[in-house]
Design a protein around this ligand. Structure first.
Ligand code: GLU
Length: 430
């Protein structure tokens, strides 16, 4: 995840701008649409003082990018990671706008980040940082303004501290301020699994259209956090043989297939998938090039680059991570006939169930897990069909362009009817 602009590790903000530009061009939109969508409407930087266990005060830098709220309050996770940058947060917020629009959720896009290494913070320090983040941003956040959620290295506990701190500021319970909370304080059933479940749903739909028999397919997963590990289990349940998985420490490979329960248990016990008995060691780079039908990058940005794209052997790629494929790599893959399910479609299950959680919080009525999973399934299948149909109308095999076109068109329409843009001139109806 670099921030320099080079072919192999482009700046994600430039990538997001480039992709939005391509969609605006395909739709022949008024240039004002691009000018508005190519930057966040609001970007806030905060300094967060945290009392560390040794008595020192550490000052962390945090960001919140509110990209566009034409369709509703902005929505998107908070990332705690050492390599968080303003440009990365801006890009991630742009992808959220598009993801929400594509899934027809009544949200705009936002994203937050704190530059820190949460693995080196004690639970007490992490709590101080989580509370400090929402304190610093409370003015611009709220259930009708901007609703955070988990992202890389933030979890239910972090969301619980945020819900509590915000409720203290408001002096009333305000659980709808944040999603991805523990069940007991208004979390939603199925939220933990939602990103992976959504991805597996669209992978299944895509497999159908390219005549790939999912029950005899093989898969490789890069990244074993919430998204990657649950995707492993759900694919296994569908009969897919997952032959390799990895995390930030490295990868494991067994052509006979890896049992998700045993790998998850090993990771829980040792902190990593590496050293899993009976599997070969493989690097994160080599893993991407293994022979397989389905490749799921579920880690960070810029993993599939112009350097390795020619050697990728999967037929179908589902982007569980945000921005894992560089534009140049994507062009190579599409040319080679690899079907890439873009991030704004493939990983949109998380924010979709976040939407369900928000609705449940606001109405105080809670749904069963079956209801959640069924509604998620409907939304994901609907979004896949819209993208597939748009690709047909645009005459392209590039599903990223198609997905962006559907999403950008919806945001542009909202901006037009709200009077922000005089006339979008959209020439395409999906
Ligand atoms: N961080 C997740 C994403 O990138 C979820 C966001 C949310 O639930 O608001 O889509």
């Amino acid at each position: 995840m670099a921030t320099t602009t080079s072919i192999d590790a482009p700046n994600p903000y430039h990538v997001a701008q480039h992709e939005i530009g391509r969609a605006c061009e395909a739709l022949r939109l008024d240039p004002a649409v691009y000018r508005l969508l190519s930057r966040p409407m609001r970007f806030v930087e905060v300094a967060i003082p945290v009392r560390m266990d040794d008595g020192r005060t550490e000052v962390f830098v945090g960001y919140r990018s509110q990209h566009n709220d034409a369709l509703g309050p902005t929505k998107g996770g908070i990332r705690f990671h050492p390599s968080v940058t303003p440009d990365e947060v801006k890009a991630l917020s742009m992808w959220m706008t598009l993801k929400c629009a594509l899934l027809e959720l009544p949200f705009g896009g936002g994203k937050g980040g704190v530059v820190c290494d949460p693995k080196r913070l004690s639970p007490r320090e992490l709590e101080g940082l989580s509370r400090g983040y929402i304190q610093a941003l409370a003015q611009v956040m709220g259930e009708e303004k901007d609703i955070p959620a988990p992202d890389v290295y933030t979890n239910q506990q972090v969301m619980a501290w945020i819900a509590d701190e915000f409720s203290q500021i408001r002096q009333q319970n305000a659980f709808a301020i944040v999603t991805g909370k523990p069940l007991v304080i208004g979390g939603s059933k199925g939220r933990n699994e939602a990103t992976a479940r959504g991805a597996v749903t669209v992978v299944r739909e895509a497999a159908r259209v390219i005549d790939l028999d999912i029950r005899h397919a093989t898969a490789v997963i890069q990244g074993y956090g919430n998204a990657g590990s649950v995707a492993h289990r759900l694919l296994y349940e569908l009969g897919v043989r997952v032959v390799a998985v990895s995390d930030s420490s490295g990868g494991i490979y067994n052509p006979e297939g890896l049992d998700p329960r045993a790998v998850a248990e090993h990771k829980r016990a040792t902190g990593s998938v590496t050293g899993f008995p009976g599997a070969q060691v493989i690097s994160n780079e080599d893993l991407l090039e293994l022979p397989c039908d389905i490749l799921l990058p579920a880690a960070l940005e810029n993993q599939i680059t112009a350097g390795n794209a020619p050697r990728i052997r999967a037929r179908l790629i589902g982007e569980l991570a945000n921005g894992p494929t560089t534009p140049e790599a994507h062009r190579i893959l599409v040319e080679r006939g690899v079907l890439v399910l873009p991030d704004i479609l493939a990983n949109a299950g998380g924010v979709t169930v976040s939407y369900f959680e928000w609705v449940q919080n606001l109405t105080h009525y809670y749904w069963s897990e079956e209801e959640i999973n069924q509604r998620l399934e409907q939304r994901m299948v609907g979004a896949f069909r819209r993208v597939w149909e748009a690709a047909r109308q645009l005459g392209t095999a590039d599903l990223r362009l198609a997905a962006y076109a559907v999403a950008v068109r919806r945001v542009a329409e909202a901006m037009e009817v709200r009077g922000w843009i005089h006339r979008t001139g959209a020439s395409f109806r999906a």
